[in-house]
Design a protein around this ligand. Structure first.
Ligand code: ADP
Ligand code: ZN
Ligand code: ZN
Length: 748
């Protein structure tokens, strides 16, 4: 069909499309194709079913498995030059393969929206004006408009066109250009100039660097010496040890070599301070990439990174897919943080993708944390990562003293032991701040009837409705459903409904009674919904007046609150007996992080953990400041069970509004693969567990099942996953059941 020469072999374009199918789609070149090179990474517009989609060219081939009459030509080649650099394309291909995801959808995650939509005009393109014809006769038509004539002649001298700015520079105002346009003597063309980078200021620093302590210096020197080579460092530094200063000085060394630094942080909105510290230190342009950007801002940041203009790129999870002109170093702050793993669609771990990418780029990567993930500690122990340690707090700050408050038999007020009041009062009286941590928002996790035992349950989820006071309602934290608070029990009609358990709102009630004069700053998802609300609350904290900071884990992460001298953990018990094998690890990380908010200035901080289990080994180890012993004993447990990092897991999830269908789909896939020889050979090395109901079987009106695959080696695990996916893709049931693949799942 659209072949320039019938003798030449047919060219097929292999295109990645934003659809769930895990394969590429073949197309012919566009009808008007004249044989110009088709480079991987250019975008193409194609028809797909009855839709038009924007895809990315991955390859060309002279062979297609599809019958010729099934194939269509590409509608349009959008780009001449690839917008997606080869390195980034390769990264996306690896990611798609590793996570068993469609490459087209992986690219959707990686690319800014304007690229996905096929846009270019206005986004990094310049509008240029050209003379419509090279016909000198047109000048006669302009003989009575001398300015337009002059402009026209100028344009004739510039056949490739001039931008408005360029014309202005030659003394031609825009209304003259418009006049020529109206006479249809000139045409407008969109031209994409490769974004060019201006050189960075010669003085890279806005603010002098701090003098490093020996441990920090050692870390900075070691990493800086590796610039230009791949090496993965695990920077384990206790809270307040000055990890950020280490990052800053590694970045400085990197910038001096005219290379860029890519920094991933868990959530920019939660810790605007981190970003501010980078901005205050460096005078080179910094590009930020996070979820609160407009499409245009995101595209600009992307280009600044791709062109080399930005020296530092700071972003959340998906920023790992930012193109870099001169990659130097990758830094992952709080590498243990759960937000680096995407929990839907493409379930990738930005940290793990980052390690792969650093390897490809021949760049060092630094994973920093006070509480590294067990996986990372294990990798360090195996010699795959090089460990760098900051054992002490920077400056004069001392580690906080951790004490258990045994709740057994103690009178409580809204979950707070009465003993806390005088202790908090003494800290507030010295002008300090107190942080009260409770990882549940709302007033109380549920409402119960004292007469008949009725519970406020969500009708769409296997979960209780949380009682909220402001505004008063019952709300499901899993599906968002809201109901009015009944005055009488819906089941027995008695007036005997009581809130059970404690959330932030309920703590607030007692705290404001105890300390009516003290400012109470509550930070949870309910108080920070409004744009800038988090920022405003943080600013209040940073005024450093005596105050009580009350909040969920939004308060626990990465903040530097110099005035906080006492941290109270309201409830350590609910996490101690979690069904998730990572439960204790996560609790230990969270408690250590929260405790780390105390005493970050000169005065020693104090941490009180309320628990009914003061003798629990994990709490004991935390109290003694023995995080490493704790992680070693957790690793030993995992080793005994071959759990990650000693084994690998894949979770196949399925959900459907019909209770049987999700389970049936997974069962069918298991049965189908059992008939293949390859699967039979894999069963020796891969355990299959399930299908079993997910921990919360019903959620948002859907019944959820999962199939867990578990193996000591990755290869057979991935092979079996592949086989199961083929069965799932081919199953008729899969059209009625949503299913997904989770490689290295974090939540079981
Ligand atoms: P981390 O990220 O490890 O929790 P930070 O980088 O926030 O620690 O550092 C904690 C505090 O110590 C900050 O106020 C920081 O400015 C200060 N600090 C870091 N390094 C030094 C240093 N070498 N000398 C003096 N103060 C330092
Ligand atoms: Zn009742
Ligand atoms: Zn619900």
């Amino acid at each position: 069909m659209s072949q320039p020469d019938s003798q030449a072999p047919t060219t097929y374009l292999q295109v990645a499309l934003p659809v769930p199918f895990r394969r590429l789609f073949d197309y012919y070149p566009p009808r008007r194709w004249k044989g110009e090179p088709l480079k991987p990474g250019i975008r193409v517009k194609v028809s797909f079913g009855n839709r038009q989609l924007i895809g990315v060219l991955i390859n060309t081939s002279h062979h297609s498995d599809w019958p010729a009459d099934k194939l269509k030509p590409v509608l349009e080649l959008i780009d001449e030059q690839p917008l997606i650099p080869p390195e980034l394309l390769k990264l996306c291909q690896w990611t798609a393969k590793y996570y068993h995801h469609s490459l087209g959808e992986t690219l959707q995650v990686a690319l800014p929206a304007v690229l996905r939509q096929g846009k270019t005009a206005g986004y990094g393109t310049a509008t240029k004006y050209r003379a419509a014809t090279a016909d000198q006769d047109q000048t006669i038509a302009l003989s009575r408009a001398p300015k337009q004539l002059a402009a026209y002649k100028t344009l004739l001298e510039h056949p490739s066109g001039l931008t408005l700015a360029g014309l202005k520079g030659l003394g031609i105002a825009s209304h003259i250009v418009q006049g020529l346009r109206q006479k249809q003597l000139i045409t407008e063309v969109q031209s994409r100039e490769p974004a060019t980078a201006k050189p960075w200021p010669s003085n890279l620093l806005r603010q002098p660097a701090l003098t490093l302590n020996p441990a920090q210096q050692q870390a900075v020197t070691t990493v800086s010496q590796q610039l230009g080579q791949f090496c993965c460092f695990l920077l384990q530094g206790v809270t307040g040890s000055g990890k950020t200063e280490v990052y800053l000085q590694i970045i400085e060394a990197c910038l001096k070599q005219k290379r860029q630094a890519l920094v991933l942080i868990p959530e920019i909105g939660l810790t605007p301070q981190t970003l501010q510290r980078f901005q205050a230190r460096f005078s080179v342009p910094i590009a930020t990439l996070h979820s609160n950007l407009t499409d245009l801002e995101r595209w600009q940041a992307w280009q600044a990174a791709a062109s080399g203009q930005a020296g530092i790129i700071i972003g959340t999870r998906s920023a790992i897919f930012t193109p870099l002109a001169n990659p130097g170093v990758i830094i992952i702050d709080e590498e243990h943080d759960g937000s680096f793993k995407q929990q839907d669609n493409l379930r990738y771990s930005a940290r793990d993708v980052a390690v792969y990418r650093a390897n490809q780029l021949l760049a060092p990567i630094v994973l920093g944390s006070a509480t590294p993930a067990l996986e990372s500690l294990y990798n360090a122990a195996m010699g795959r990562y090089q460990k760098l340690e900051l054992p002490d707090r920077a400056g004069d700050a001392k580690p906080p003293a951790i004490n258990m408050l045994d709740l057994k038999g103690k009178p409580l007020s809204d979950g707070l032991a009465l003993d806390l009041q005088p202790l908090m009062a003494s800290h507030l009286a010295t002008g300090n701040q107190v942080l009260v941590f409770i990882n549940r928002r709302g007033f109380a996790p549920t409402l119960i009837c004292h007469e008949c035992g009725w519970l406020s349950d969500c009708s769409h989820c296997d979960a209780h409705l949380t009682l909220h006071r402001y505004p008063p309602l019952l709300r499901c934290h899993h599906c968002g459903v809201e109901e009015n608070i009944p005055t009488l029990c819906p089941q027995c009609q008695q007036n005997s409904l009581h809130p059970v358990g404690t959330g932030t709102e309920r703590c607030e009630a007692t705290l404001s009674q105890w300390f009516p004069e003290t400012e109470l700053i509550r930070i949870d998802r309910d108080t920070t919904q409004r744009k800038n609300a988090m920022q405003e609350l943080l600013e209040k904290i940073h005024q450093e007046k005596p105050a009580i900071l009350l909040g969920t884990q939004m308060l626990a992460k990465g903040h530097h609150f110099p005035k906080v001298s006492l941290v109270v953990v309201v409830d350590a018990d609910s996490g101690l007996f979690s069904a998730d094998f990572r439960g204790v690890e996560k609790l230990a990380q969270l408690l250590t992080q929260v405790a780390g908010r105390a005493g970050r200035a000169a005065a020693q901080g104090e941490v009180i953990i309320q628990t009914h289990q003061p003798d629990h080994r994990m709490l004991q180890l935390l109290q003694a400041g023995l995080y490493d012993e704790l992680t070693q004993s957790l690793l030993k447990e995992r080793q005994g069970l071959s759990l990650p990092p000693f084994g690998y897991m894949v979770l196949l999830r399925a959900e459907s509004p019909h209770q049987q269908k999700a389970e049936a789909l997974l069962n069918e896939a298991c049965q189908t693969i059992q008939q293949t020889d390859l699967a039979a050979s894999l069963f020796n090395s891969v355990d299959i567990l399930g299908p079993l109901p997910a921990p919360m079987e019903k959620r948002q009106g859907r019944f959820r099942y999962q199939l867990a695959l578990h193996a000591r080696q990755r290869q057979p695990l991935h092979q079996l996953t592949q086989l199961l996916i083929q069965c799932l893709e081919n199953s008729k049931l899969s059209r009625q059941v949503r299913w997904s693949v989770d490689v290295d799942p974090q939540d079981m």
